[in-house]
Structures are given as structure tokens and as C-alpha cells.
Design a protein around this ligand. Structure first.
Ligand SMILES: NC(=O)c1ccc[n+]([C@@H]2O[C@H](COP(=O)([O-])OP(=O)(O)OC[C@H]3O[C@@H](n4cnc5c(N)ncnc54)[C@H](OP(=O)(O)O)[C@@H]3O)[C@@H](O)[C@H]2O)c1
Length: 308
């Protein structure tokens, strides 16, 4: 039986990838710093992330799948959440790649982002570009997957979509940052997991795949689709970025979370969450919304509480 190490195995996409790996007959080793903090109902063998230990946690591993990353940099709060940053995530991922190289794993399947860019002023897209280059430099065979946004299976797991629905349910109007004509190409997390496992089992030369879904929406269209799905009508107001950011900041403070950062708004409006060409997968956002609309946005999904 082949062994696959998966980072974020107790997190979102990593959990779906691990379940798919088990279905395909792999032995799963989860790499995590959240052992004991997050539930492990599937009973995966857990090892610490390589930057937290001297031992080579990838010894004997055939394939590494990496989902580790932080969504935004956060300065931390006394008595609350610890600080985390993109710089730290880049450094840690480099350590992970070095461990994979030392262990001589057969392939690395790495999660990146649509439109990474080493020249970007946005640390998310710049850091992802830096890591794609760092992985290529290891000389290990790899598949780099570039998703734009993940959704499914439950409402609470689909943070952006759920919190847009939550805003529709709780506010008299919603907003686009500028005209809202920038696009998003969501992919279902199970489609993403199947793609990751296809790549894990592949002998193909190293490659980069845009892991985007079958449907593309502008941000404005996504508001409209969500509103129709949950049976509400709300005005969708175009507002300057700074105004939209202040509103998201205020709402975030009310729910004790970081709802959307200035950089995330910039990334969206630079059209970085879409690519040209056809999408992958079989599960459409529009259909999933019909099936999950009743639950969507009833509860706010908090990024920070996931880290508690
Ligand atoms: N979710 C999306 O819509 C989306 C869209 C585009 C790209 N992506 C990419 O897809 C990958 C996986 O996304 P995901 O949503 O599945 O991620 P996730 O489960 O939220 O995070 C993956 C793992 O990263 C670690 N992590 C996350 N935030 C952290 C923090 N603040 N401090 C320390 N460790 C943290 C955790 O590992 P531990 O086990 O150690 O806690 C977590 O299990 C990422 O590379 C992301 O950039 C996601």
C-alpha cells in the first residue's frame, strides 16, 4: 500500500483529499499542528509539520499533498488568536519542500492559486508564485493545482459563499467593490479532491493545472445568484473599494472575525480569481446552491474561530 502525506488533513480541502485517498487505497499520514485541537474522526495517523520537529516526518512517504497556507496575515490578540502571516507560511512551506526533497518523495501535489504573480504587491499572490518556483527548484516531480475558490459540501465549510448569503439574510442591501464585473470560478471541494488524487497517482511530467470549476460568475452575478437561490431580493450597490472595505471591517468586528481583507478585495477586483479556458469537475455551484440554499448563511462562518 502506498503512503500519502497530506497537510491540512483536519482542515477543509485536506480532509476531502484524505477521504478520497482512503477510497483509492492509500495509507494516509496527516501532517498537522492541530492534532488534539481539531477532531480526527477518521483516525488518520498524524505527524507534526516538518517545521515543528527535527524528525523527518516524510520518511517512507510516496506522495506529498500540500494544502497548508494562511488566508491573510493577522497580528494576533492578547488572550485571543495567535498571530500568523504570509511570510511565515512561505517560510514554513519552503521547509516542507526541503523535507520532501530529503525524503525523496515520488511526487508533490501542491495547492496554489489562480494567477499567482511574483511581481504582485499582494502577499497572497506573490507568496504563491514564490512557492511554485521553490517547488520547481527541488527537482521533484510535481503537480501544481491552482484553484480560485472552493465550495461544498456543507454551508459552513464554504466560507466566502456562506458569508455572502449571511450578508444577504442580515443586511438591507449588499455591495460590490467598484462595478463588480471581475470574475470567480468556484470548484466543488470533492471535484478538487478527486483532481488532487488523480495527480497524486500520476506519472505525468511536472505540470500546472488551473483547478477551476465549470461555471464562471462576475462578483455582481454571484450576489444575484445567491439572492435568487435563497429567495431574497436585495439592492446590489456599487461602492468605492475603501467604503466596501470599511463595511466588511465593521461587520467583521461585530462577528469577531476578519470578514474580508483589503488585499482580498484587491485580488478579487484585479480579476485574479478567474482564468481563460474551460473548467474542470462535475459539480456545479448553481446546482449545489439549489440543494443547500436553506442552510446557507443561517450562521456566520468564522475564519478566526477555526483557528481557536
Ligand atoms: N478555500 C478556498 O476557497 C481556496 C481558494 C483558493 C485557493 N485555496 C488554497 O487551497 C489551499 C487549502 O485551502 P483550505 O481552505 O482547504 O485551507 P484550510 O483547511 O483553511 O487550511 C489548510 C491548513 O493550513 C493550516 N492553516 C490554515 N490557516 C492557518 C493559520 N492561520 N495558522 C496556521 N496554520 C494554518 C492548517 O493546518 P493545521 O492542520 O496545522 O492546523 C489547515 O488545516 C490553500 O493553499 C489555499 O491557498 C483555497
Amino acid at each position: 500500500m502506498k503512503t500519502i502525506a497530506i497537510t491540512g488533513v483536519l482542515g477543509y480541502s485536506g480532509r476531502y483529499i484524505a477521504a478520497e485517498a482512503v477510497r483509492r487505497g492509500w495509507h494516509v499520514v496527516g501532517l498537522t499542528n492541530s492534532g488534539g485541537r481539531l477532531p480526527n474522526p477518521a483516525g488518520y495517523e498524524l505527524r507534526p509539520m516538518p517545521w515543528s520537529t527535527q524528525e523527518n516526518v516524510l520518511a517512507g512517504v510516496d506522495v506529498l499533498v500540500n494544502t497548508y497556507w494562511v488566508r491573510f496575515s493577522y497580528e494576533g490578540k492578547k488572550g485571543g488568536h495567535a498571530a500568523f502571516s504570509h511570510d511565515e507560511a512561505v517560510e514554513n512551506t519552503r521547509t516542507l519542500f526541503a523535507a520532501a526533497q530529503r525524503a525523496g518523495v515520488g511526487r508533490v501535489v501542491h495547492t496554489s492559486i489562480t494567477c499567482p504573480d511574483s511581481a504582485s504587491e499582494l502577499p497572497y499572490f506573490q507568496g504563491k508564485a514564490e512557492l511554485e518556483a521553490a517547488l520547481a527548484a527541488t527537482g521533484l516531480p510535481y503537480s501544481i493545482l491552482r484553484p480560485a475558490i472552493l465550495f461544498g459540501e456543507s454551508a459552513q465549510e464554504s466560507i466566502l459563499i456562506n458569508n455572502m448569503a449571511w450578508s444577504l439574510r442580515h443586511l438591507p442591501a449588499v455591495a460590490t467593490f467598484g462595478w463588480g464585473d471581475y470574475r470567480l470560478q468556484p470548484i466543488h471541494v470533492q471535484d478538487y479532491a478527486e483532481l488532487a488524487m488523480n495527480e497524486a497517482g500520476s506519472d505525468a511530467p511536472s505540470r500546472i493545472i488551473n483547478a477551476v470549476g465549470m461555471e464562471t460568475y462576475t462578483f455582481r452575478e454571484l450576489w444575484g445568484l445567491l439572492a435568487r437561490s435563497i429567495g431574497l431580493w436585495r439592492p446590489i450597490l456599487p461602492v468605492p473599494h475603501a467604503v466596501g472595505y470599511m463595511a466588511a471591517k465593521l461587520l467583521g468586528a461585530l462577528v469577531g472575525d476578519v470578514m474580508l481583507t483589503r488585499d482580498e478585495i484587491a485580488g478579487l477586483s484585479q480579476d485574479r480569481l478567474a482564468v481563460s479556458g474551460s473548467g474542470l469537475g462535475t459539480r456545479r455551484l448553481s446546482i449545489w446552491l439549489q440543494q443547500h440554499a436553506a442552510m446557507l448563511g443561517l450562521e456566520y462562518a468564522s475564519e478566526l474561530s477555526r483557528r481557536q
